[in-house]
Design a protein around this ligand. Structure first.
Ligand SMILES: Nc1nc2c(ncn2[C@@H]2O[C@H](COP(=O)(O)OP(=O)(O)OP(=O)(O)O)[C@@H](O)[C@H]2O)c(=O)[nH]1
Length: 360
């Protein structure tokens, strides 16, 4: 899927850079261009991409300090500048746009939904958000920001691919120590997903293409991405169990959003040397994902790649009903309760009530 990346805020800019550099290093060419937008001048300076500083009249290049309403306001008023920076970058080749942002801060959390809404008005391709949830031990402000932002983004974008910072954290490591490693892990997974639909020329029909990624995300809402790999045997017949176990691990332990396997749709991609990919294994893995997710819309396909390993990449669409998302929304709501002391409600109602206000 040829895409243009727009990182908003500090985390958004860093993850965008990691994604672009993974794509280049692998020689995929799925990332057409990348732009970083922020209210903090210092965070933009080291990024090797086109940058746009917004909100200078309000915060003078110093960031919005976690105030995501201000983040939304400055994106709204400096939108034209951001859209101009994209001119000529979102070419006819582009099949999607990804807005990348940490949802716990101010600039990314507030700016991403405003930008996604504006982009959808202008471009015909789907506008997805790659959103990062704060870890559980980050403060109340981060949880509230992310809850409000997520609720708004789910409505304003074509789908949100959600990444939980806690999913990639190594034990004993603080959140900030782990950022580079987390960004690399996310860049590998999302980078492979973007490249998967690219290798379609002159290959068999079992190879996955971009339309299958787009169709899996078509129901909108929240999506998650799982990944796991293992050593491959040269003979495809010997790899049936390997594909089954990497697929199980991708969904159960290698996912960007832990405990989110209840899904509306899914796409199972098996990457590796074509001769080593077992047809029977891919079909079995697809059926297992059907049972695990409870979805009847499970697609499957290959991603031919020169490698001595086999990898399963599992994209799940429509996971907003899952336990993980509900417990996060509950966490965001509790953070508001701490400040307001309100009556408790069913977390499912989170999506429909006004306790957690929309940002827009
Ligand atoms: N995965 C990942 N998460 C990050 C990174 N940097 C910050 N975060 C997370 O993103 C959230 C904070 O968002 P930032 O992007 O730092 O904030 P911002 O959007 O620049 O907003 P302001 O600083 O308030 O102007 C927190 O939940 C952090 O845990 C990063 O490099 N990688």
């Amino acid at each position: 899927m040829k895409t243009v990346l727009i990182g908003v805020g500090q985390a958004g800019g860093k993850l965008t850079t990691a994604l672009q550099s993974f794509d280049r290093q692998m020689g995929f060419g799925a990332v057409l261009d990348a732009v970083a937008v922020n209210t903090a001048k210092a965070d933009l300076q080291s990024l090797p991409v086109e940058t746009v500083l917004i909100g200078q009249d309000r915060v003078n290049g110093h960031g919005v300090g976690g105030d995501n309403e201000l983040g939304a306001e400055v994106m709204e008023s400096d939108q034209t500048e951001v859209m101009s920076a994209l001119d000529g970058r979102v070419t006819a080749e582009a099949e999607s746009i990804f807005v990348v942002a940490g949802l716990g801060g101010g600039s990314g959390s507030g700016g991403a939904p405003v930008l996604a809404k504006a982009l959808r008005r202008v471009y015909d391709v789907p506008v997805y958000v790659l959103g990062i949830l704060p870890g559980q031990d980050e403060g109340a402000m981060y949880q509230v920001n992310a809850g409000r932002s997520l609720k708004t983004i789910a409505r304003e974008s074509d789908a949100v691919l959600l990444v939980d910072n806690d999913a990639f954290r190594s034990s004993g490591e603080s959140m900030s120590e782990g950022y580079d490693a987390i960004n690399e892990a996310i860049a590998r997974r999302v980078g492979l997903l973007l490249a998967a639909g690219e290798a379609t020329e002159g290959v068999g029909e079992s190879v996955v293409d971009t339309s299958e990624v787009i169709n899996t995300l078509r129901s909108g809402g929240i999506a998650a991405l799982g990944y796991a790999s293992a050593e491959a045997s040269p003979d495809a017949e010997d790899n049936i169990n390997t594909v089954m176990s990497t697929t199980r691990r991708a969904v159960l332990t290698g996912t960007s959003l832990p405990d989110a396997s209840d899904a509306d749709s899914a796409l199972v991609i098996v990457a590796g040397e074509p001769d080593t990919i077992p047809r029977k294994g891919v079909e079995r893995a697809r059926r297992w994902v059907e049972e695990e997710t409870g979805s009847l819309q499970v697609r499957g396909g290959d991603f031919p790649l020169e490698s001595g390993r086999l990898a399963s990449l599992v994209l799940l669409g429509g996971v907003e009903r899952s336990e993980r998302v509900e417990s996060f929304m509950e966490r965001a709501r509790e953070a508001i309760d701490q400040a307001k002391t309100e009556t408790r409600e069913d977390p499912k109602e989170m999506w429909h009530n006004d306790d957690l206000d929309d940002l827009l």
